[in-house]
Design a protein around this ligand. Structure first.
Ligand code: ATP
Length: 881
């Protein structure tokens, strides 16, 4: 018998469970038998294969060709030691493969660790008590409670359902939500309305279900291996780096060919020439750029997570830096979502909620108390903050009253009200609470001093006046209405109950702004980021709060939901151009249109959301941001980033990190590119000036794959500076390698470095009595020392350069000279490696170097200072322009 065809009792018996759920000990036993309720990821590719791939990508293939040519030339023309270069290139491929693999692996682990920060929780019943457990601990036989926006954790048979609708799109592709019920049926499980499946979501209503399959035993588990083979896309920045690397590699190859042709033209030896062409090509290829960028992005996402912003993929880390508009909710994001009842409007006057006491039959307080899903248990109020505030008020003013709930039409953000039917004593009542605009039109009577009267225009107006004045205090104002239910049974259409109400009064709830928000708003303004509040609350409340946090200073444009619906796109576009604009009484589903129009205007839009209906806007936005605490699973799944603390200020911190990571990537690229010039100029001089070769290929590789490595990584860890949030957002079209980056590296920093290395070379040669035109054998001590000085000069100026690159425009002194300790670790590593290369016999043999007198190092030092102070002066001139 299939579980869908069993009655509720039979199903419970079949799984040896009960409506009270499993005993804890039994659940623990089942967990050890069935394993965790999780989809095991089918390892996409084994580590060995992924490591092997490092030897077969475009750059590696180019390097293999280089090595092959070196060995070929050694074979055809032995005696020139060209095989050494061949081995060196293979060494490059190896070092690069290991380095890339480690970086990619670390980046992947960093992202995996982030995923673990956000386990999904499920509300279950065990031993008759409701509690929350991580979804991985659910076992067959568990009773789970489902509500709107939940992701269903396991395959389960419904045993209760109140207008429960689920969306099975992830399983069947059917995107229309379908109504579920708990009645037994025959047929396939997939078609049964009494079955809910793991991985699908509750779009509305609530229910109770009995779990019968978990983990890989679920339908979702069975198809999971199909989906887990999909490789994540590269982020735009990673794609740009791939393109840039290929471009630079092609240029490097062209430079190699150029040198070869040049040497050939001026009559250099063919084989020597050939080997140099290969060498220079290899030296100029930016091997480690992509993995370093990937790792930088992954590290940035870890830093964001530490600051409570969890991003789901690396693209978001960089997109955050471009955000130009943030559309944010108010409640819980700008405010604390800690509501307290402040004011009550009843019988024509506004009263303080603190000292309010009421009779047990007071309809306003009864509505607040009964039309409410919050609970008071173990001395604690549990549930939605709006409702807990009302429950607290109701309990404090009426004491503990109970009534039997017969029916509920749950609150939803579109209708902006909630209605219940209760039996109080011998009578049945319909209670409704919600936004004024949603309640008042349903009322035909008005309660004054305990008497129900016909709703006159004057009473309507006095209620509206009170409503406005409470909202102007920044309070969230709810209207309350009730009526005696005269019919014996519920009507077929329960919504038809919502009419002919008696208006009972208003309650104003205070929800103070989060203390960090005003500073975050100020930062946004400085950073050229526009903040637009899109709230379900009333406009006056929204404006009052916006004013309090410094978001609006003048007279903002306020658009309310109904007006928004009437507006055409052109009009809306015009309004959206205003400096201060906010949307009130909006339903979440309308956010999407605002996002689309902003995007059409070329903005990068971040949008916050927490409910099921926010999902389309979260998906459409460049950065969809879900609330980690109050958000539904559906919103979290649709988003790119999750705020672990629901706080607006966290978005701004994430934007700051996003901007910083992009800047940092530019910093290390500038640093690496600058050293290409002193690597290329010696070759040019060798060929054009007919001098001994000042820098060997192995020495270039020592810089590119040795000494440069850690300082470059250290630049990737620079912290955000205040200046980062003082610039306008990056434009969509801006390229990473723009003119200013390339010209600074190639036309300013690089030439100073080239001057240093050529100076070092000639200083040693002339100091040793060399005269122009004299040829030196490759093992001549003077020659070896001269190339060593050339290499040492690069190392020394790169120290000045790493400080210069810490910022493109700001003085290092303003950043704090010692503020990045990784820079110093990087420099220490660089110097140790260089000392090893210069002073150890092994280093001398591999890199064809010879120990230098210490004085030579000091002679080269001024070039580092020249570069550093040259940059400081340039920055000063740029800033004072
Ligand atoms: P924001 O969009 O700024 O975060 P919100 O999401 O809290 O605000 P909604 O939850 O859509 O906004 O609430 C809109 C309106 O619905 C509120 O102003 C209030 O009048 C009413 N409302 C909110 N919660 C309830 C509830 N539990 N029962 C009845 N009405 C409610």
């Amino acid at each position: 018998m299939k579980i869908n065809s069993l009655s509720k009792e039979e199903a419970l018996r079949a799984l040896v469970s009960s409506e009270n759920g499993l005993p804890e000990a039994e659940a623990a036993k089942r967990l050890s038998e069935s394993g965790f309720n999780e989809i095991r990821e089918v390892r996409r590719t084994s580590l060995a294969i992924r490591f092997f791939r490092q030897f077969t990508h475009f750059l590696a293939l180019l390097l293999w060709v280089g090595a092959g040519l070196a060995f070929l030339s050694d074979y055809l023309h032995p005696g020139e030691d060209m095989a050494t270069l061949g081995f060196a290139i293979i060494g490059v491929i190896m070092i690069n493969a290991v380095f890339t693999f480690i970086q990619e692996y670390r980046a992947e682990k960093a992202l995996e660790a982030l995923k673990k920060l956000l386990p999904f929780y499920v509300q279950i019943v065990r031993e008759g008590k409701e509690r929350k457990v991580p979804s991985r601990e659910v076992v067959p036989g568990d009773i789970i409670l489902l509500s709107e926006g939940d992701r269903i954790p396991a395959d389960a048979r419904l045993i209760e359902g109140a207008m429960l609708k689920v969306n099975n799109a992830s399983l069947t592709g059917e995107s229309e939500a379908s109504l579920r019920n708990s009645l037994p049926v025959q047929g396939e499980l997939l078609d049964s309305p009494n079955i809910v499946f793991a991985g699908t979501t509750v779009t509305s209503g609530s229910g109770k279900a009995l779990v019968f399959a978990t983990g890989m035993g679920t339908e979702f588990g069975r198809i999971a291996h199909l989906t887990s083979t999909v490789q994540p896309d590269l982020s735009p920045l990673q794609k740009e780096i791939v393109k840039a690397t290929r471009l630079v590699a092609t240029i490097a190859a062209l430079v190699g060919i150029f040198f070869f042709a040049l040497g050939f033209a001026i009559g250099r030896d063919f084989w020597n020439n050939f080997i140099f062409a290969i060498g220079i090509t290899v030296a100029l290829i930016p091997e480690g750029m992509l993995p370093t960028v990937t790792l930088s992005l992954a590290m940035a996402s870890q830093r964001m997570a530490k600051r409570k912003a969890l991003i789901k993929n690396l693209s978001s880390a960089e997109t955050l830096g471009c955000v130009s508009v943030i559309c944010t909710d108010k409640t819980g994001t700008l405010t604390q979502n800690r509501m307290t009842a402040e004011k009550i409007w009843k019988d024509g006057s506004i009263l303080d909620a603190k000292d309010f006491r009421a009779q047990a039959d007071d309809p306003l307080m009864q509505t607040a108390l009964f039309c409410n899903n919050a609970r008071f248990a173990d001395n604690e109020y549990l549930g939605d903050p709006t409702e807990t505030a009302l429950l607290r008020l109701g309990r404090e003013s009426l004491g503990d009253l109970s009534a039997q709930r017969i029916f509920e039409i749950p609150f939803d953000s579109d209708r902006k009200r909630m209605t219940t039917v209760h039996r109080v004593g011998n009578a049945e009542y319909v209670f409704s609470k919600g936004a004024m605009e949603s309640i008042l039109p349903l009322c035909s009577r008005f309660l004054t001093n305990g008497v129900e009267q016909k709703m006159e225009e004057a009473s309507r107006e006095s209620a509206l006046d009170a409503y406005s004045s409470l909202m102007d205090k920044g309070l969230r104002v709810l209207a309350f209405a009730y009526k005696k239910n005269l019919s014996d049974s519920l009507p077929a259409d329960p919504f038809s109950l919502e009419k002919d109400f008696v208006f009972a009064g208003l309650i104003g709830l205070e929800d103070p702004p989060r203390p960090e928000v005003p500073e975050a708003i100020r930062k946004c303004h400085e950073a050229g980021i526009k903040v637009i509040v899109i709230t379900g609350d009333g406009s006056r409340t929204a404006v009052a709060i916006a004013r309090e946090i410094g978001l609006v200073k003048g007279d903002p444009i306020v658009i309310e939901g109904p007006e928004f619906l009437k507006m055409d796109d052109r009009e809306l576009r015009k309004k959206l151009a205003a400096r201060e604009i906010l949307f009130a009484r909006m339903a979440p589903k309308h956010k999407m249109r605002v996002v689309s129009i902003l995007q059409e205007e070329g903005q990068w839009v971040a949008v916050t959301g927490d409910g099921v209906n926010d999902a389309p806007a979260l998906k459409k936005a460049d950065i969809g941001i879900a609330m980690g605490i109050s958000g539904t699973d559906v919103a979290k799944e649709a988003s790119d980033m999750i705020l672990l603390d629901d706080n607006f200020a966290t978005i701004v911190n994430a934007v700051e990190e996003g901007r910083t990571v992009y800047d940092n990537i530019r910093k290390f690229i500038t640093y690496i590119f600058a050293s290409n010039i002193p690597e290329a100029v010696p070759f040019l001089a060798y060929i054009l000036l007919r001098i001994p070769l000042p820098l060997t290929i192995m020495q270039i590789l020592a810089v590119d794959l040795g000494t440069d490595m850690l300082p470059a990584l250290a630049l990737g860890t620079e912290k955000p500076t205040p200046a980062v949030m003082k610039q306008p957002p990056r434009s969509r079209n801006e390229r990473l390698l723009n003119f200013s980056v390339l010209s600074r590296a190639y036309l300013f920093l690089g030439p100073i470095e080239a001057a240093a290395c050529m100076f070092g070379f000639f200083y040693v040669l002339y100091g040793g009595g060399w005269t122009w035109g004299t040829l030196l054998p490759l093992n001549n001590v003077l020659y070896l020392q001269a190339t060593t000085a050339c290499l040492t000069a690069i190392i020394i100026v790169q120290i000045g350069n790493v400080f210069a690159c810490r910022s493109a425009n700001e003085s290092v002194l303003s950043l704090g000279f010692f503020s990045n300790r990784f820079i110093f670790i990087g420099i220490a590593f660089e110097l140790c490696l260089q000392l090893f290369i210069v002073y150890s016999p092994f280093g001398n043999r591999i890199f064809a170097t010879h120990p230098l007198p210490p004085a030579t190092w000091f002679i080269l030092l001024p070039f580092a200072l020249l570069l550093f102070f040259g940059e400081e002066t340039r920055k000063h001139l740029v800033l004072s322009r």
